[in-house]
Design a protein around this ligand. Sequence first.
Ligand code: COA
Length: 233
Amino acid sequence: MRIFKPEMAPIKVPNRFELTHQPSVGLALESLIRAYQTVFKEASYWAEIWSREAIQEKLEREVDRQSSFLVTMLGDKEMPIAGFAWGEILAPTNLGPRIAKALQKKPAELDGLIDKLLRFRITKLVYADEFAIVARFRSGIEPVRGLLQPWLEWAWLENQVFSCLFWTTPASPIYKLGLYMGFEPVFWTKVEEKDIVFILNRDFRPLLKICQNMNSRQIARILMAVSRRRRRK
Ligand SMILES: CC(C)(COP(=O)(O)OP(=O)(O)OC[C@H]1O[C@@H](n2cnc3c(N)ncnc32)[C@H](O)[C@@H]1OP(=O)(O)O)[C@@H](O)C(=O)NCCC(=O)NCCS
């Protein structure tokens, strides 16, 4: 198995998934805001209420450079955008202020995380601020793959970056899914009584190979095997 340019990959990302490096505007922005509000309100482990202004401000701050990315997944008439992922390629030393703002912490509270990344000799990584799919559009691995593959391809093929980091609550399905996909927990903290865990994939290239070369049934088989092995440990 090898890594292909996106257009040559045996499993290509369907065109309802779109990768860009600019914040959305107009109708696309309104649809993205709606999806964001829906997903973080409906998930009981987040149960967050977000104003449209706060989401717009966050988006403008986090996605406005060529080093940042935004992937959106088209939905239907009622929910034109049904999923999204965004983030940026950064050096570990530049992560502090960005994460601190999102988690309402002081950058120094994240020193333990930065130290750990530096100990792993990571000089650059792709950091995902957000990764979410509106509940009624989740179905198997396809939407997850579609939201993941474009920015892993971009990070590796266009930027030679192969480490990936994000944070979540362990109650989110993404936590276990991440562990099955080669991520490891590297730092724990709390935000308003909620446990928050940072998970790192030091080298996502094997995962990218799987995304580009295997169909959903093969991926599900791998996930099942890994999850069984982890349960036995
Ligand atoms: C995070 C999120 C995108 C994950 O998507 P999801 O569809 O819920 O993910 P799942 O855990 O169901 O896994 C997707 C698929 O992977 C496969 N899979 C997962 N675990 C598996 C296992 N142990 N064995 C085999 N297949 C497995 C299945 O095909 C599964 O689809 P299914 O549930 O229809 O069987 C979604 O839950 C979400 O948007 N949550 C709210 C936002 C959020 O928490 N985001 C993360 C932090 S910002």
